[in-house]
Write a new protein. Structure first.
Length: 94
C-alpha cells in the first residue's frame, strides 16, 4: 500500500470542513429563525429566498416505465470516491 502525507492533510481538512459545516448550519438556522428576507451584519448581508421546486419522483417514474424503458433512459457514469479513516493502532492527532 502506498503512503503519502496528503492522506493525513486530507483527513484533517475533511474534519475541519465537517466542523465548519455544522457551525454554518447552526448559524443558518438562527438566521432563518429571525423571519426576515434580508439581514445585515457589519460587513456582510444575507438574502433569504423561499421558493418551490419541481423534482422528478423516481419511484413514481419507475412505476410507469418498464425495465427496458428505464434502461433506455439511463446512462452510466464514472464516480470516484475518496474515503478517509484512521489507521489501526495510530493515534488521532491533528
Amino acid at each position: 500500500m502506498a503512503t503519502s502525507k496528503y492522506v493525513d492533510e486530507y483527513a484533517v481538512v475533511k474534519a475541519q470542513i465537517e466542523a465548519l459545516t455544522k457551525q454554518a448550519d447552526l448559524l443558518k438556522t438562527k438566521l432563518l429563525a429571525l423571519g426576515e428576507a434580508e439581514v445585515e451584519g457589519k460587513v456582510f448581508k444575507v438574502k433569504i429566498n423561499t421558493f418551490e421546486q419541481t423534482r422528478l419522483d423516481m419511484p413514481v417514474v419507475r412505476s410507469y416505465l418498464t425495465e427496458e424503458q428505464l434502461l433506455a433512459a439511463s446512462k452510466t457514469i464514472t464516480v470516484t470516491t475518496v474515503k478517509v479513516s484512521a489507521r489501526a493502532g495510530k493515534a488521532r492527532a491533528a
